[in-house]
Design a protein. Structure first.
Length: 196
């Protein structure tokens, strides 16, 4: 017959094994992109919740500049700088399509030529690519960042809902890329003045 100390030790081993299993499962779920709703202590995700495609802010297009009217594309001609700071994504699958809710944090910063301007207007794109980097869709979106007169920078969270037809593909085979839409003057500016 087991002693009381032996039974206690066995119960501790079982409890430790159960805790290890829960932590291992939580660590595996943490690998899913932006899966903050997958808390092991919650009731779990909805039945239609799906894995999301990899989402990337393209490094060379994460920054942009808007030049003041009539000013050259040099540092002293910049009215506003833009930064794509962060993107979070939630996905649901239904009817052979992936419904994506995307939140993008866009920061505007006042430049030397801003004058009294307080509204920084930018255009950024959201592109969905498939196997072999084939372009499936691309949308260009305008966003305005209001910068208070007494501040140098401010940010907004821009929300986008998108439906992506899967056409037999898995979400893991897709990529969502984001970046600022840039004209030749901005590309030239970053090549010569910002180390781009």
């Amino acid at each position: 017959m087991q002693s009381q100390a032996g039974r206690r030790q066995r119960r501790r081993r079982v409890a430790l094994t159960q805790r290890t299993a829960v932590l291992t499962a939580a660590a595996a779920l943490a690998g899913c992109s932006f899966a903050s709703s997958l808390n092991p202590f919650s009731s779990g995700p909805s039945p239609s919740a799906a894995a999301c495609p990899a989402t990337t802010i393209l490094s060379p297009l994460a920054h942009t500049a808007v030049f003041a009217p009539g000013r050259e594309g040099t540092p002293i001609g910049v009215a506003f700088y833009g930064i794509l700071d962060e993107a979070s994504i939630r996905c649901d699958a239904a009817g052979g399509a992936l419904h994506v809710a995307l939140d993008v944090i866009v920061i505007g910063e006042r430049g030397p030529a801003a004058g009294g301007g307080t509204a920084a207007n930018f255009d950024y794109f959201v592109a969905v690519t498939g196997p072999g980097e084939a372009l499936i869709s691309k949308r260009t979106l305008p966003v305005t960042v209001a910068i208070p007169a007494d501040k140098k920078r401010a940010g907004v969270t821009d929300h986008l809902d998108e439906t992506i037809p899967l056409a037999g593909l898995r979400p893991a085979q897709l990529t969502i890329d984001l970046g600022f839409q840039q004209g030749p003057e901005v590309v030239n500016f970053y090549r010569h003045f910002r180390g781009g």
